[in-house]
Design a protein around this ligand. Sequence first.
Ligand code: IMP
Length: 430
Amino acid sequence: MKTLNSLAIIGTQWGDEGKGKITNYLAKKADFVVRYQGGNNAGHSIILDNKRFALHLLPSGIFYKNVCNILANGVVIDLFGLVEEINNLKKNNIKDINLLISERAHLVFPYHKEIDAIFEKAKGKNKIGTTKQGIGPAYTDKVTRIGIRVIDLFDQKYLEEKLKENIFWKNLFLKSLGINKEIDFDELLQKLLEARIIIKPFIKDTSKIIYDAILDNKKVLFEGAQGVQLCLDHGTYPFVTSSSPTASSIPLNTGIPANFINEVLGITKSYTTRVGNGVFLTEINDKIAAKIRIKGNEFGTTTGRARRIGWFDAVLIRYAKRINGITKISLTLFDVLSGIKELKIAINYSLDNKNIDCIPTLLKDLERVKVEYITLKGWDEDITNVKSFDALPENAKKYLKAIEKYGEIRIAQFSVGPKPEQTIDLEKIW
Ligand code: IMP
């Protein structure tokens, strides 16, 4: 088979690594940008022409009219949220929207959001800390085979039947919890019928389109949402999202063969963050964490929540490399680390004196995990205008070298700010 031109962009930590910025940066060269999992729990902020855009569902190539942006079958779509995002772009004079939506993608309804919030409340101190966008309940409906897909919006009789069935179960559930609130069928149906008009021109069998494009040697970029540690299967379960942000999930979630992914680029923050609950072995809660949080604007794009902060964890990167077949990384938010006297990097974990290569699967083992660190000297210089590796302060160079050594990975690119021009390519990515 000839060399294919597909590239997967994968978050190697707990999401928020800056995938939106990098996808948007690489999208200029792409023919297609494909979102393949998650929904509007994701939040990508992109700076273009000095304007900040927050995307939740739309792929990050949406600003380029020559790039075909696809929401593939594995995505769950909040129709009203999507229409809002499309309208927002139009308001900002981005009128030529080059978008395709898989007819097989499942829909997120307002009742999924309500159920998400109810479950979180019921879990009390064990709550996951979801984005409350209804992602878990929507994927639950998909798996229990009562979900409603995009294509169903255009068969009104079927839609009414399915919606009635779903609302019946949901109302029963709400009632059993003593919640005296009924979901109104007529109101929801009416809103769906209005919103479907906006998305009708975009609906296609996207599996065939992506398949043909890859065979035709087109540049196809798969944009992951969230990160490996939030993967339903390979993350820190149960404190994860309800889909798989890994490269391995792309074939299933887009309908292409497994050997159609050519390169996998990991997006890695220069330190670590997590939003929501669950294990975070290198977390810090001191003044340094507060400084990083402010400087790195570490507040959720979707929920506004303050993100938890921690040291760079090379074990996570080795794990992400193994799970996804990552060949190189793009290191983001490097400028945020200027002005910190000493920087730590986690290089190994051990459990009961034995080295382990990932976060333990059993929650009760977590307390006994020991993390081994190295400490490096920091640098004071502002690096936001740096244009090459050589122009970096010596200690910043040493930090990058340590990431490569202990993460066992090549840094192909690093970022010193949110703007596209603050991206330094160390090798050709695509
Ligand atoms: P859910 O995806 O809303 O169900 O949330 C499950 C977990 O994933 C929570 O810890 C969320 O904070 C986290 N999460 C979901 N989407 C993102 C994201 O885009 N970035 C970072 N964390 C996320």
